[in-house]
Design a protein around this ligand. Structure first.
Ligand code: PDD
Length: 285
């Protein structure tokens, strides 16, 4: 089945789906995006993802490409046309197409909007979660506004590639003080030896993860002990458990950091339970 993409008002076979070479997303990475999980044909945490998209647009002073209700329809139609039951839907918005020049294009320049959807194999992701993943740590070389979900992801790309080359699935980015900020495409968590869940507080140095916020709701519901604070790489090495969260994999146990085993090199109880319960707390629409 050929895949269909939504581009600026039209649904096109992927081979015909294009944006211009002067698009500011291509020229300057002047754009934002969202990734939302699709489960059983429904969107997971759509409301929070759309609120974050609006926040990213506002912070970069970009126009909203269409009313939220229209975007909701386009996302669903893209999912339907690609027959995605389980997978992800991507929404990308750039500041549009205009002769290359650094300042913003004239007011009224239409933003570029691309929506794509693709299936994944839940059994494969579950198998990965049952085994747990390895992560490596690398210096965080990103700019100071990574709370904006922009398409400028070069440091994340390089970190992820390094992870793959070292046999790991994810790279944890580390600030100048030796503390983990987040994963290249996920939020980083540990569970300390005395059973306290820890993740970094929101700020300019991490993306406000949607899965992170739902896991925090779950932690509150279950009355688990939780501290929102930065943790060092050393603390992570000594942790009882570690895991990452993101829309595409919900809660994914980490069993190795920089080649050192975490726990017994097996997924921890806390991460496994949070993974099991995630979609009971997430909003499916
Ligand atoms: N990545 N941190 C970064 C740098 C991310 O790119 C992501 C998500 C997250 C987790 O956010 P959320 O829980 O809202 O997915 C944290 C998506 C999945 C991606 O770019 O593919």
């Amino acid at each position: 089945m050929s895949r269909i993409a939504y581009v600026n008002g039209r649904y096109l076979p992927r081979g015909d789906a294009m944006v211009g070479i002067e698009d500011r997303g291509f020229q300057f990475a002047d754009g934002v995006y969202e990734v939302c999980e699709v489960r059983g044909g429904k969107l997971v945490d759509e409301r929070r993802h759309m609120a974050r998209l609006q926040r990213s647009l506002d912070l970069l002073r970009m126009d909203r490409p269409m009313p939220a209700s229209s975007l909701a329809i386009v996302m669903r139609e893209t999912i339907r046309r690609n027959r995605v039951t389980n997978g992800v839907v991507y929404v990308q918005v750039t500041r549009g197409e205009m002769r290359r020049d650094f300042p913003f294009p004239p007011a009224g320049t239409p933003p570029t909007v691309v929506v794509t959807a693709r299936s994944n194999d839940p059994a494969k992701i579950d198998a990965q979660a049952e085994a747990g993943i390895a992560v490596i740590t690398v210096p965080d070389e990103r700019w100071r506004h990574v709370d904006i979900k922009s398409v400028a992801l070069l440091p994340n790309v390089l970190a992820k590639q390094q992870a793959r080359e070292q046999g790991a699935r994810e790279a944890w980015l580390v600030d100048a003080q030796g503390r983990v900020t987040e994963g290249a495409s996920s939020t980083a968590w540990i569970v300390t030896r005395d059973g306290v869940l820890v993740t970094r507080p929101l700020g300019g140095d991490i993306l406000p993860g949607i899965t992170r916020s739902v896991v925090m709701d779950l932690i509150a519901e279950q009355g688990l002990r939780f501290e929102e604070r930065a943790f060092t790489v050393e603390e992570a090495y000594a942790a009882r458990e570690a895991f990452v969260t993101s829309a595409s994999q919900s809660v994914m146990p980490v069993v190795e950091i920089d080649g050192r085993p975490i726990g017994n090199r097996a997924p921890g109880m806390t991460a496994t339970a949070l993974r099991r319960d995630y979609h009971g707390t997430a909003e499916l629409t």
